[in-house]
Design a protein around this ligand. Structure first.
Ligand SMILES: [Zn+2]
Ligand SMILES: [Zn+2]
Length: 257
């Protein structure tokens, strides 16, 4: 199994993962043109995708999903709540599959587990995908707090894409209006660097091979702040990568050791 990020942050997110003959995109917050360009950078193209998994209806995750799916005939998976949050007219010509946020499903060579998360959207989920070789990738962004449900499902992943949205002090001292600060820092907003570290210190990571930290705010965080926080992690057990808005992260392989 291998995965890559097309880019991550408040201006667009998309993660690609493949195993065997199945290739999935998780979210697509970029325009068709931008997505095509970013996929080309990774040596692939939209027609190679089997489906798009959607986490929630915020623009930085959904902007390109329906246009891309329509153009290339891709199946789109989302919760009923995410579907309800969007205008029905957007779905004409789309092969849509509504999912239960607590039930696993299969796409080609992947078993997909949606995981409900606390975030200020209609019915947001994040995903753990597992290949036939039993390797698993967890994608966990856009949540304001860590729940027992989240810990249970993201424990033991071989690859993990995790949000480090903001530095708590930078957000508090920054220029955002108080209502927006409250939203971002709240239990239904986004994880700060400390919360992400706490999660990593509270889940079992002995199988973890590749950790990617993403959805890093350009206003309320910095690579240096994320790196300083993560220096509390053991440095020799897994590789740490940082997915930024423009460049994302190149393909990372997960393997049976
Ligand atoms: Zn987001
Ligand atoms: Zn969001």
């Amino acid at each position: 199994m291998r995965f890559a990020s097309l880019g991550s942050g408040s201006r667009g997110n998309a993660t690609i993962v493949d195993v065997g003959s199945t290739r999935l995109l998780i979210d697509c917050g970029f325009s068709i043109k931008e997505t095509e360009k970013r996929l080309e950078r990774l040596g692939t193209q939209p027609s190679d995708l089997n489906a798009i998994l959607v986490t929630h209806e915020h623009g930085d995750h959904i902007r390109g999903v329906l246009p891309l799916a329509r153009k290339y005939g891709l199946t789109v998976y989302m919760t009923a709540g995410t579907h309800r949050a969007l205008s029905f007219s957007l779905f004409s010509g789309i092969d849509l599959k509504l999912i239960d946020s607590h039930l696993d499903f299969v796409i080609g060579d992947f078993a997909v587990t949606p995981v409900a998360v606390p975030h200020d959207a209609r019915e947001p989920v994040q995903y753990v995908v597992r290949g036939g070789d039993n390797l698993s990738l967890g994608v966990l962004t856009d949540l304001g707090s860590i729940t027992a449900h989240v810990i249970e499902h993201f424990e033991g992943c071989h690859g993990l894409f995790l949000e480090c949205n903001h530095d708590a002090a930078m957000l508090a001292n920054g220029t955002y209006p108080p209502s927006l600060k409250k939203r971002i820092a709240g239990d239904w907003g986004h994880l700060n660097n400390r919360q992400s570290l706490d999660l990593l210190q509270n889940i079992q990571t002995c199988q973890l091979q590749q950790l990617v930290l993403g959805h890093i705010s350009e206003q309320n965080n910095s690579l240096a702040a994320v790196q300083a926080m993560m220096s509390n992690l053991p440095s020799d057990l897994f590789s740490i990568h940082y997915a930024c808005q423009n460049d994302g992260v190149d393909w990372l392989a997960l393997s049976r050791v």
